[in-house]
Design a protein around this ligand. Structure first.
Ligand code: SF4
Ligand code: SF4
Length: 206
């Protein structure tokens, strides 16, 4: 490249043909427009888009998370905080011995890589297609278990509640439990819940 080019001077050919400089503009005028009218028109994401996480439930409403913390250990951004606790017959959140008492994901840190989903042994943690995660405060971007837990379907009863009569934890993973047992009632949640410990950064840092 010559010195004159480096100084941004026009080449002899463009000096003699001033219209040539508009070539790029004219070509762009006839190309398909890529402008998206967000947020009025929201474009659907790819089916496997990595969006906000979800903590899943069994078909009767019990939680799949067992509080093992493998997701937190797998996270390269240190964005997950988990505290496990023991189930009791009077207050049961998952079919097995343990459940995730506190669960937080810090979306200020999360890079939506999905490694936590790969690490989860129970498929408790998956990712949705939801991508609107902006907010006005740092604390509100630390999502709690309550915000991440999947909603209740018709076959479900909210936790805590008893395990399906006659079924074991393994039966749940074999898909033998397809709905809440008739007459299942929600138990009284006497243990300290997550809401009373947060929002002031009990777990992951903002
Ligand atoms: S998606 Fe990646 S960065 Fe976000 S919580 Fe999971 S492992 Fe961490
Ligand atoms: S979401 Fe999965 S990996 Fe994370 S604590 Fe719960 S069961 Fe373990």
């Amino acid at each position: 490249m010559s010195d004159s080019d480096n100084r941004g001077e026009t080449s002899p050919s463009s000096r003699h043909n001033p219209v040539a400089g508009f070539g790029v503009t004219f070509k762009a005028m006839f190309k398909r427009r890529l402008t998206e009218q967000y947020p009025e028109q929201k474009k659907p994401t790819a089916p496997r888009f990595h969006g906000r996480h979800q903590l899943n439930r069994h078909p009767d409403g019990l939680e799949k998370c067992i509080g093992c913390e493998l997701c937190a250990w797998a996270c390269p951004a240190d964005a997950i905080y988990v505290e496990g606790a023991d189930n009791t017959e009077e207050e049961r959140y998952s079919p097995g011995e343990r459940y995730g008492r506190v669960y937080q994901i810090n979306y200020l840190r999360c890079i939506l890589c999905g490694l936590c989903v790969e690490a989860c042994p129970t498929r408790a943690l998956t990712m949705t297609n939801e991508y609107e995660l902006a907010d006005r405060s740092r604390a509100s971007l630390i999502y709690t278990k309550e915000e991440l837990l999947a909603g209740l379907e018709e076959t479900m009863v909210d936790t805590p509640h008893a395990i399906y009569p006659g079924m074991t934890e393994k039966d749940y993973y074999r898909g033998l439990v397809t709905e809440a047992a008739p007459g299942t009632e929600r138990q009284v949640a006497t243990s300290k819940d997550e809401k009373s410990e947060k929002p002031e950064d009990q777990g992951v840092d903002a």
